[in-house]
Ligand binder design. Structure first.
Ligand code: HXC
Length: 298
């Protein structure tokens, strides 16, 4: 990210302690960098200790401050509880970004139950487990906080060829709207961002393996491009930082108008693929999954 394009003053987020799930890579790392740069203490979690150490080391070198990596698979509620205990020993969180995700393109008829669960256990269940564990502590201690979930525009119109992701993220949208109301009285607010394409390594390898597939929307976008990381980071800071405390229960798209123009999903790009192409895509995606798995510490 071009950090000079952050819209906010240094020190804006001093006193904030924010957990970003999936913060070692991709969009999570970018948001973590922005929060750190603006003075927040940042906690990132993920399944690969190496990626967390690398991100925390590089970002601390660049911006100073405190950023801590926690190896934690959010599919495991016990592991979440231990991580949040460790964070709480030094003080409460003031914010959580539910960013961690898993996804891959597939014809739905090619999915197994395990394939569905691999995605929904991370996105749908895992994000809820994190929200519940942190939320209970905040309610008990009477503290305010902000929760932000990273969704997609598919929550509004469905995601053909990414059905487990679309279903899971739509569920998190319902969580955002529900808890904004139910837990608003405790001073806890819930918002979400629905990004269009912000290409990352993890996403491109699974949604556009080999460069073909879902990640080819730039020319269809009204603004002729994909998103830039500082644009996402600015919106995340606005929603997580002090000063926007009355924004609650909102899901905000950031996609250059792609959703309005062409629905924002992958139907057009993938509908004509045949068996052989799907087989090749699946092989590439599984290769990426295996490589990532080998780097995992949890
Ligand atoms: C069909 C597949 C498959 C594929 C995996 N599976 N890839 N099925 N087609 N391409 C099946 C496997 O065969 C297995 O089922 C089951 O899924 C679990 O596979 P594992 O590889 O063992 O899972 P695991 O190692 O736990 O990995 C989880 C993952 C992986 C979700 C599959 O992709 C992951 O860790 N992703 C994290 C990063 C990521 O996805 N980032 C992109 C986020 S993009 P069987 O039946 O064989 O046991 C995003 C939104 C983008 O969220 C929005 C853009 C607009």
């Amino acid at each position: 990210m071009d950090i000079s394009k952050l819209m906010f003053r240094d020190g804006l987020m001093e006193g904030e302690r924010i957990l970003v799930t999936g913060g070692g890579t991709g969009l999570g790392r970018e948001m973590a960098e922005a929060f750190l740069k603006l003075g927040a203490e940042v906690h990132i979690c993920g399944r690969r200790q190496g990626k967390l150490d690398q991100a925390a080391g590089e970002l601390a070198d660049r911006h100073g401050g405190t950023i801590v990596g926690h190896a934690c698979d959010i599919r495991d509620p016990e592991a979440i509880h231990e991580m949040v205990d460790a964070i709480w020993r030094h003080g409460p969180l003031t914010g959580v970004v539910n960013n961690a995700a898993g996804n891959f393109i597939s014809r739905t008829e090619d999915l197994s139950v395990n394939g569905f669960n691999a995605i929904s256990d991370i996105v749908f269940r895992g994000s809820f487990y994190v929200t519940l564990d942190v939320g209970k502590r905040l309610i008990e201690e009477g503290r305010k906080a902000s929760f932000l979930s990273i969704l997609t525009t598919w929550i509004w119109n469905g995601g053909p060829f990414v059905v487990p992701s679309a279903m899971s993220k739509a569920g998190l949208n319902a969580m955002t709207q529900s808890l904004a109301v139910e837990w608003g009285r405790y001073g806890l607010r819930f918002n979400a961002i629905a990004p269009g394409l912000f290409p990352t390594d993890g996403m491109s390898a699974r949604l556009s393996p080999g460069g073909r597939g879902g990640n080819s929307h730039d020319e269809m976008n009204p603004m002729g491009r994909h998103g830039e990381m500082h644009e996402l980071a600015n919106l995340a800071v606005f929603l997580m930082g002090p000063g926007a405390d009355w924004v609650n229960g909102q899901t905000i798209a950031i996609d250059g108008g792609g959703f309005q123009a062409h629905g924002g999903n992958f139907y057009a790009a993938l509908k004509d693929m045949g068996d052989e192409q799907w087989e090749a895509m699946r092989a590439m995606i599984k290769g990426t999954n295996a490589k990532d798995r080998a780097e995992r510490s949890t």
